[in-house]
Design a protein around this ligand. Structure first.
Ligand code: NAD
Length: 296
């Protein structure tokens, strides 16, 4: 594999483009939004600077990485002669199905089509193409240049050969791939989201306060961050939509989203990106405080 296209240049797309380009692959970064592409290039450059200042990369490595990335607003132009596409567009099933239908028509026959989706079925995505054997999940973690894991998700029809190619490629990116099957939430979110939901239920039932719950999990379980703060960083709307996928996919009430989570999302308190969730985030300040609605 030599040439890769990344669809979507947001939080995940720019990190995925960065990692491939840093490892010598030619990358087409594609987004429908020109501003998003410009912002992504600036973010990649800033993140490369950080790697240089830590002595992890040289200035030449930085220049070579940036030279490996080309940007496109047209998918047709961006996917010419690519060996792999990694789709990291907005998490919306209709957007993703449309993208994969289009990719199937535009890409060379040998091209593998991967999705970075957190919760949408790889089997369902594969089924709208004529190459379900070459459709696979590559679930990178945020921030992509730092996090080692890639959850490699095999759809119902994904072939052994394609799975092996993606596992090998992930190792070439100095990541650790883990192969899992395609069921709701895969492995990472199937385990993480019920934990976050249970933390929210614990707060909702007044068993303990926000800081107490997070402190128990940080100091008691050696988690780097408590589940409520983590939920704020992931985005409470994202947590809610993944819980809905688990709830509907398994038909099991144990995944039912906590009513407090539902209320917070409906009220617009979606976590750090909106400035407030379980905690309040003030731009430029390192101090994070419990949101006033949870203060006794
Ligand atoms: N943010 C995370 O922590 C995280 C972690 C793992 C996986 N994911 C998954 O990664 C994917 C992207 O998430 P994100 O947080 O980077 O989203 P984001 O909102 O930051 O970026 C999405 C980008 O996709 C672009 N886009 C939308 N439709 C497009 C199209 N048809 N063609 C090209 N570009 C298009 C948007 O303009 C935007 O720039 C989602 O599937 C999400 O579930 C996110």
């Amino acid at each position: 594999m030599k040439k890769i296209a990344v669809i979507g240049s947001g939080t995940m797309g720019n990190g995925i483009a960065h990692v491939f380009a840093q490892h010598g692959y030619k990358v087409s970064m594609i987004d429908i939004n020109q501003n998003a592409l410009e912002k992504a290039l600036a973010t990649i450059s800033k993140n490369l600077d950080r790697q240089v200042s830590k002595g992890l990369l040289s200035e030449t490595d930085k220049a070579n990485t940036l030279a490996n990335i080309e940007t496109f607003t047209s998918t047709e132009d961006g996917v010419k002669n690519v060996d792999l596409v990694v789709e990291a567009a907005t998490e919306n099933v209709n957007i993703k199905l449309d993208i994969f239908r289009e990719l199937d028509k535009l890409c060379p026959e040998h091209t593998i089509l991967a999705s970075n989706t957190s919760s949408i079925s790889i089997t369902k995505i594969g089924a709208v193409t004529s190459r379900a054997d070459k459709v696979i999940g590559m679930h990178f973690m945020n921030p992509v240049p730092v996090m080692k894991l890639i959850e490699v998700i095999r759809g119902y029809a994904t072939s052994d050969e394609v799975t092996k190619q993606i596992m090998d490629l992930s190792r070439k990116l100095e990541k650790v791939p883990v192969e899992v099957n395609d069921y709701p939430g895969f492995v990472a979110n199937r385990i993480l989201m019920p934990m976050i939901n249970e933390a929210i239920y614990t707060l909702y039932e007044s068993v303990a306060g926000v800081e107490e719950i997070d402190t128990v999990m940080k100091l008691g379980m050696a988690h780097p961050m408590g589940p409520l703060q983590l939920a704020d960083f992931i985005g409470l709307d994202v947590c809610l939509s993944i819980l809905k996928v688990l709830h509907e996919g398994f038909g099991n009430p144990k995944y039912a989203p906590c009513p407090l989570l539902v209320n917070m999302v409906e009220a617009g308190f979606k976590g750090s990106k909106t400035g407030e969730g379980f905690y309040k985030y003030t731009a430029g300040s390192k101090e994070v405080v419990v949101s006033s609605q949870f203060k006794k």
